[in-house]
Design a protein around this ligand. Structure first.
Ligand code: SF4
Length: 488
């Protein structure tokens, strides 16, 4: 078949083209969570509708679920109400739910691939912006709003404008200490946070080809932060190996037949794209955000901008620097942190925890830092504990939590306080994202968060990765001016 994977999946799932020119698209899998679904279920009740395809709908709790004490009723009244509402809705509409006590519970974008629910060539929708994560397996996955959640529940379809497709090729070898998170932050900085509006992003090239599915998920997860609603990687042997044996993946002969079809859905070698972007892996450094959107980032050895106020970009930079309390032109390296958060659907998988534990082992969290590790799912938690990773983190002074979104967003009890600065492996650094309206988020890879937790400030993780004997210390930091303007 010719064309891109996006073209093939879109055409295979097209129900009809509406007079508006939009397409009604069949949704292969609908993932549901507690925050964007209650009103959608209410609307179904008001109309007397049923869920069209209960067997294509799977729910879990992640956004508001407590990650410390799970005893019911939850101490957080809102969390209890929303969890109870989802339990009632799933019971009433006959849907599979992985609730707080289920072995399968976790962040919706972690459990879909983990359970083999997410498969190449499918369409997938979920009421969460970071649904693009599932594109790592060659699915076309859309983040949707509550009214669209209603549409998918009622009709298993979405009405969408067909986006263009931009191919992003990353070629070359990443240096030790440089990760998928650094690649996607660099892509977003290069193309801008609105650069992907109207596009689906297809990621490829030798760097992406060499990545694990976990790493590809980190890349696809943040597509939306670059404005692209969809991001995907073509399915290959890595994809098939990842899916083999997973609970909801086909088994036996059916797996072989599925693999043949999945392979046929990958973009053809002669597929044409609406745009093509190239990035050299050697140019990617450990990357840290200094601002209030994920495009405002720099290599850890770099300096923050000195805005001149003569362009919208400079005005945005000036606003960000003022909010963050950073001096224009100062270094990010050496910035004191208060909180270290390792988790989220971007970087809360087993490989993320393994890499962070490698940095942490044998060290202690700086006395002034609150550090927490929140596995992306109960499955990740079990696997990490089987490898003893929790003991590494606990011995270093990290808190080891139950699975959930936690401090990725301020909808549960894990929140920043006041002007705290958080080194975070999550995906958004918007004002107020982590719960405090004036809290400050520095996005980076889990290994960089681990290093910052130990040093108590932002450091370059590369010397620690290349020399496991290297101590984490501020001796590697040489800020030539104080990074903070004030201590609000
Ligand atoms: S971890 Fe963050 S981005 Fe991911 S689903 Fe939860 S709230 Fe959304």
């Amino acid at each position: 078949m010719t064309g891109t994977l996006f073209d093939k999946v879109w055409d295979a799932h097209k129900v009809r083209v509406l007079p508006s020119g939009q397409t009604q698209l069949f949704v292969g899998l609908h993932l549901v969570h507690e925050v964007t679904s209650p009103q959608a279920f209410d609307m179904l009740r008001q109309h007397g509708w049923r869920v069209a395809f209960p067997d294509r709908t799977v729910a879990t709790v992640d956004h508001i679920v407590p990650t410390d004490i799970r005893r019911r009723p939850f101490v957080d009244v809102m969390a209890e109400q929303m969890t109870s509402a989802l339990e009632r809705n799933c019971r009433d509409f006959g849907l599979r739910l992985y609730g707080p006590d289920a072995r399968e519970q976790g962040i919706v974008h972690v459990i879909g691939p983990e359970l083999g629910l997410t498969q190449p060539g499918m369409t997938l929708a979920c009421g969460d912006s970071h649904t693009s994560t599932h594109g790592a397996l060659g699915a076309i996955a859309f983040g949707i709003g509550t009214s669209q959640v209603r549409d998918v529940l009622a009709a298993q379809s979405l009405v969408l404008e067909r986006p263009k497709v931009r191919r992003i090729d990353v070629n070359g070898r990443l240096a030790p200490g440089v990760y998928a998170k650094d690649v996607i932050l660099t892509i977003i900085r290069t193309l801008g946070v609105e650069g992907g509006v109207g596009y689906a992003y297809e990621y490829g090239g030798t760097t992406i080809d060499a990545m694990t599915i976990d790493e590809r998920m980190t890349i696809c997860n943040m597509s939306i932060e670059g404005g692209a609603r969809v991001g995907y990687v073509n399915p290959d042997e890595t994809t098939f190996a990842f899916l083999r044996g997973r609970r909801f993946a086909p088994a036996g002969d059916a797996f072989d037949r599925a693999t043949a079809w999945w392979r046929s859905m990958a973009s053809a070698p002669d597929a044409s794209y609406d745009d093509l972007v190239q990035l050299a892996a050697e140019e990617v450094e450990p990357t840290v955000t200094w601002g209030i959107n994920p495009g405002q980032s720099l290599g850890v050895t770099g300096r923050m901008p000195i805005p001149s106020h003569d362009s919208p970009r400079d005005e945005a930079a000036a606003e960000a620097l003022t909010f963050m309390g950073f001096e224009p032109g100062s270094r990010i390296q050496g910035t004191r942190i208060d909180v270290a958060f390792i988790g989220s659907c971007t970087n809360g998988r087993l490989s993320d925890l393994e890499e962070a534990a490698r940095i942490v082992r044998g060290h202690r969290v700086a006395p002034h830092v609150k550090a927490l590790v929140v596995p992306g799912s109960q499955g990740v938690s079990r696997d990490a504990e089987a490898r003893g990773l929790h003991e590494v983190f606990l011995a270093a002074g990290f808190e080891w939590r139950s699975a959930g979104c936690s401090m990725c967003l301020g909808m549960n009890t894990d929140r920043l306080e006041g002007r705290q600065v958080c080194a975070s492996s999550s995906n958004r650094n918007f004002k107020g994202r982590q719960g405090s309206p004036v809290g400050r988020t520095l996005l980076m890879s889990p290994a960089m968060v681990a290093a910052a937790a130990i040093a108590g400030e932002v450091v370059d993780v590369r010397p620690l990765v290349t020399s496991s004997a290297s101590p984490v210390s501020s001796a590697v930091i040489q800020p030539d001016r104080p990074p903070f303007r004030d201590s609000r």
